[in-house]
Design a protein around this ligand. Structure first.
Ligand SMILES: CC(=O)SCCNC(=O)CCNC(=O)[C@H](O)C(C)(C)COP(=O)(O)OP(=O)(O)OC[C@H]1O[C@@H](n2cnc3c(N)ncnc32)[C@H](O)[C@@H]1OP(=O)(O)O
Ligand SMILES: O=C([O-])CC(=O)C(=O)O
Length: 378
């Protein structure tokens, strides 16, 4: 047994996986062998899910069947819909609502009584959770804004249907495409914290709903998925104060604060997803005739590279991309969740296939010989 301490488990290998590969020095990301750039350009989110869950790209017929199966699972049961309504009325945090939704969905899942490791039942459960979480998010967001939930449509693809349920109107093709790309880009990323959390939960032979619930909670923090909303809050603050973005960042660094959207445990160079989302952000700005958000982001990126040697991660340019699509800022991290659920469930299924309880150790640095003192004498 090694006594070497690896804070934050940095660099520690704990599993074998053939889902996604990251080369942190080259800035390369692949899902099951396919470069993220190719997937973003050519694959839909459904095709990406199929790849992650089945190990290979679908044929045309397989994809059509899969898309229909996903679309047929979008509607929420009454209990989960009512729960989303109540949480929205109580002004719950959107990520807390997502965490509750992931858990609530197990009550109505037809396979809820299946053994947690039943591979076929897990494929069906993963499909249902992934199909339904966007419906829960859209319902929550609408009720919170004083609107009625919009029922899903089966004739739209996953990305377009989510925007339709959120806004009550079918998105234009460009917006739907950018959103679909964002879903593809966020679908998997090795053993990131939330995926690790899902696999730890699965490793106890808890079920897939429990694993996804753990993962949503883990994603919500500001060092992980929560950073995308903080990036947009930073850009808005700079804009409202009519400040030079570089001055804002200098101040933040001088106060010892971290700049959201920069730095990464694995990438030592720019995250390849940030490159693609940066292009999307620029294109949306050009189409709107206002490059303000993109240019502000570029100024921050250049300064952070020069000053700290830190490059943007995926959360940096997703912020201005979503903002220019009119998505509410506190929905950014839940949107990360509705995409990453594909990766979480794929890793959980991989964990069940070759399970061993995940249980590391802590070096004990406390006392070992304390003398018992009766309560009345303390
Ligand atoms: C989808 C995702 O989860 S991507 C990550 C999203 N999170 C963020 O964008 C939040 C901001 N970034 C960070 O906090 C970090 O870069 C993390 C959490 C992503 C990675 O953290 P770690 O690998 O543990 O690096 P660690 O926290 O040890 O930082 C190393 C050094 O870089 C500095 N640093 C890292 N990121 C930043 C940042 N965004 N702003 C300022 N300084 C930073 C740290 O202060 C530290 O400096 P020090 O050695 O002088 O103390
Ligand atoms: O891999 C990580 O540590 C964080 C990340 O970029 C992701 O989850 O997409």
């Amino acid at each position: 047994m090694s006594d070497e301490l690896k804070r934050g488990l940095e660099g520690v290998l704990v599993a074998e996986s053939d889902l996604s590969f990251i080369d942190g020095d080259e800035g390369k990301l692949v899902y099951r062998g396919y470069a993220i750039e190719d997937l973003a350009e050519h694959a839909s989110y459904e095709e990406t899910l199929y790849l992650l869950w089945n190990g290979e790209l679908p044929t045309e017929a397989e994809l059509a069947e899969f898309e229909d199966a996903m679309a047929a699972e979008r509607a929420l049961d009454d209990g989960t819909l009512e729960t989303m309504r109540r949480l929205a009325e109580a002004d719950e945090e959107p990520m807390a609502a997502m965490r509750t939704a992931a858990s609530a969905l197990s009550a109505s899942d037809p396979d809820t009584d299946a053994d947690p490791t039943d591979a076929e039942a897990n494929v069906r459960k993963a499909r249902r959770i992934t199909a339904k979480l966007p419906t829960a998010l859209a319902a929550f967001a609408r009720v919170r804004d004083g609107e009625e939930p919009v029922a899903p449509r089966e004739d739209l693809d996953h990305a377009a249907n989510f925007l339709y349920m959120l806004n009550g109107e079918v998105p234009d093709e460009v917006t739907a495409d950018v959103f679909d790309q964002a879903l593809v880009l966020h679908a998997d990323h090795g053993l990131n914290a939330s995926t690790f959390s899902a696999t730890v939960t699965a490793s106890t032979l808890a079920d897939i709903h429990s694993a996804v619930t753990s993962a949503v909670g883990t994603l919500s923090g500001s060092l992980h998925g929560g950073a995308n909303a903080n990036v947009m809050r930073m850009l808005q603050e700079v804009d409202e104060a009519d400040q030079d973005p570089v001055d804002w960042v200098k101040e933040a660094l001088a106060e010892g604060r971290r700049v959201a959207g920069f730095g990464h445990r694995v990438y030592n160079v720019k995250d390849p997803r940030a490159k693609i989302l940066g292009d999307r952000s620029e294109a949306l700005g050009e189409a709107a005739g206002d490059l303000k958000w993109y240019e502000m982001s570029v100024a921050i990126e250049e300064f952070m590279a020069e000053e700290k040697g830190l490059a943007p991660n995926v959360d940096f340019y997703s912020a201005s991309t979503y903002y220019q699509m009119g998505i509410p800022i506190d929905a950014y991290t839940p949107i990360f969740a509705i995409s990453r659920v594909g990766g979480w469930t794929a890793h959980v299924m991989e964990q069940y296939e070759d399970n061993r309880l995940i249980r590391p150790r802590a070096r004990y640095v406390g006392e070992t010989d304390a003398e018992w003192v009766p309560i009345e004498e303390r």
